[in-house]
Design a protein around this ligand. Sequence first.
Ligand code: 4AD
Ligand code: MG
Length: 431
Amino acid sequence: MKKVLIKKIGDHIGEEVLIRGWVRNVRSSGKLQFIILRDGTAEIQAVAFKPELSEEVFAKAKSLTMESSVRIQGIPKEHPRRKGVYELAVTDIDIVQIADEYPIAKKEHGTDFLLSNRHLWIRSSKQWALMKVRHTVYYAVCEYLNDNGFFRFDSPILTPNPCEGTTTLFEVPYFDEGTAYLSQSGQLYLENGIMSLGRVYDFGPVFRAEKSKSRKHLTEFWMMDAEAAFVEHEENMQIQQELIRFVIRKVMASNGAELQILARDVETLKKADAPFAVKTHKQAVDYLKEKGVDIGYDDDFGAEEESLLTQESEVPLFIEKWPTDIKAFYMKRCPEDDNYVLGSDLLAPQGYGELIGGSQREDDYETLKQRMIDEKMSLDDYGWYLDLRKYGSVPHSGFGIGLERLIGWISGVRHIRETIPFPRMIYRIYP
Ligand code: 4AD
Ligand code: MG
């Protein structure tokens, strides 16, 4: 018997085939038993028609419960009215396992219940669609970077120094060496990588002991850091824009069915594939003041400010040239005014928040050293990082994308905990 994936069923109309998968749902109506089957690639309705089956096979069809595993033999037919939709006329059933009563039924469940049952929740169609989009986004980011001369350069997860400040660090006892930290971003290592390879990226889990219960924060999330030698601030933003637009196009081309399940407004997404908007931090503050927000010129933006700044925008918005005091030590000062740095945050439209943090890096040894002294950082611990500015320093820039934030915006889900298979948050580590 030919084993067929549901996604490919249209190529086998009229042939008898075998599908292997799980029962999403069952419904009976007299002589008919409807079985919604899924196999990871798609879903199909299988129909067991009593007069055409032996009593034994029809009894098997009747005995199926939600999430039972099966091998079902049948003949694919085109749906009489809906083009591109297929049905399977069942000819035989091999039950692999009859599932116990499934905890996640049709009725509405609370989020807490669903998160506690994440191992089962991932099978539901919305979660399935999100994981498929995640797959596309991941490979699209890699494809763009590969096509644009970036080499993969994996950074370590166990590190001796923090990258993004000391307030969100996870500490790990590390033998006789004292304390190690779980990486917050591979950036500092990538800056080393470019001195060997020119352009590099990493892509993996990073950790932030973020005491935030917001819908945009996880304690473990995936980051893609990219870094490029001889790239300055403007070009850095250009690369980010091209990359994000490439990802949008890839998802629209590959995940039409998934975006439909997610009820994502594809027209809105399509409109984001256009030149991004840019505001300096000062212009953004001016804009917020006009909207009546009580904010100063040295303040960072919270979720509310980010929403206000982007709610009317169809395209993502870069906020560039941030006040030096509120950004990381490694950012290069603006040549025209050293109260500002050549950093940029990319905000998604419609209030989805920050997708990317990036900057040109300080490449002058003395300037960087002074900044580190001002921030009371240990020059010994960061000796390896300062060394880069001693041996062939070059202007360079990079950025880090939060994978879950990007998926969240592209899929239109409000909470990023649904965009990663097993989310880690301050109040949850099970399952
Ligand atoms: O803006 P961040 O902190 O930048 C860096 O870590 C730089 N070292 C990156 C670089 O230049 N290579 O983090 C980058 C992105 C944010 O824009 C956001 O999308 C995501 O990582 N992010 C989080 N995502 C989920 N949960 C959290 N707690 C996050 N914190 C940051
Ligand atoms: Mg940031």
